[in-house]
Design a protein around this ligand. Structure first.
Ligand code: CP
Length: 313
């Protein structure tokens, strides 16, 4: 297993399969049990270092680390010396002095987790919890885990990813991971929301959502990231929803067993209607549950040394 998890592209097929299989084991050991705690990471310290807002990822990593009995320290920009302008280096040196074994970092700057992992400031394992518009590898792992639970092995499966690809670290990580797992990915977006160089990504692209939906095994809707937009990328919200939103009419074009995913947070009524988000085919809430199993697996594989999950049970 790799020492740091910075990019989904760093995971070989064996690595990715090991994480997904270990997440299955974490689910087996904790799902439906009154006591969900395993002693695996007792004595280890995990630091959640969040320079950017998060609901799902931060709480998911916190819960995952606590379920593995690690000590958890939460740093967020608000309420810590990060808000006083402390540098990434000084923050890292402070974490090192406290004996952090793992640092989970979210940052608005693409590459910040890489800087932390390679600077020599800390010895801890670094997990990228979302950096700018670059990557969000554990989101891609939990998405793959969720799809694999419903669809079986993902090799050959048709996955459609729709929307604001330009600003989406989720899309980039998903394309890389799903290609490694052998899935066929199609990105659907207006031309203005596809990044330069997307033709070199291991996926197809399309501007026609209705056409892409007809053969899909799963459709992943992306949030329109208005906070990262400094220009008019589409004429109006209404026009965007009409061309690229998933509503009941479009959902009916999908094969009956096809899944609907969204990484959250959702703009209901923009990229997805409320009835589709809450429909029987939606696995959006399940993605959140599965995120804990996947993050338990990642922390376990990176921090536990030679312990086995059975020993931990
Ligand atoms: N999917 C995701 O990263 O959500 P948060 O921003 O709430 O962590």
């Amino acid at each position: 297993m790799i020492r740091h998890l910075l990019s989904a592209g760093d995971l070989s097929l064996d690595d990715a399969t090991l994480v997904l299989d270990t997440a299955d084991e974490m689910a087996r050991l904790t799902e439906g049990r009154a006591v969900k705690k395993l002693p695996t990471l007792r004595g280890r310290t995990v630091v959640n270092l969040f320079f950017e807002d998060s609901t799902r990822t931060r709480t998911s990593f916190e819960l995952a680390a606590k379920r593995l009995s690690a000590d958890v320290i939460n740093f967020s920009a608000k309420g810590s010396s990060l808000s006083k302008g402390e540098s990434l280096k000084d923050t890292a040196l402070t974490l090192e002095a406290m004996g952090a074994d793992g640092v989970v970092v979210r940052h608005s700057a693409s590459g910040a987790p890489y800087r932390l992992a390679t600077s020599g400031w800390i010895n801890a394992c670094v997990v990228n919890a979302g950096d700018g518009t670059h990557e969000h590898p554990t989101q891609a792992l939990l998405d793959a885990f969720t799809m694999r639970r419903h669809l079986g092995e993902l090799a050959g499966k048709q996955i459609v990813i729709v929307g604001d690809v330009l600003h989406s670290r989720v899309a980039r990580s998903n394309v890389l991971l799903l290609a490694t797992l052998g899935a066929k990915v199609t990105l659907v977006a207006p031309p203005t929301l596809l990044p330069n160089g997307v033709e070199h990504w291991p996926c197809a692209t399309s501007y026609d959502l209705d056409d892409a939906l007809t053969g899909a095994d799963a459709v992943m809707m992306l949030r329109v990231q208005k906070e990262r937009m400094n220009a008019a990328f589409f004429p109006s919200a209404r026009e965007y929803s009409r061309r690229y939103g998933l509503d009941a009419r479009r959902q009916a074009l999908m094969p009956p067993e096809a899944l609907v995913l969204h990484p959250g947070p959702m703009n209901r009524g923009m990229e997805i209607t409320a009835d589709v988000a809450d429909s029987a085919r939606s696995v959006i809430v399940e993605q959140v549950t599965n995120g804990v199993y996947v993050r338990m697996a990642v922390l376990y594989l990176m921090l536990a040394g030679n312990a086995t999950t059975e020993e931990a049970a």
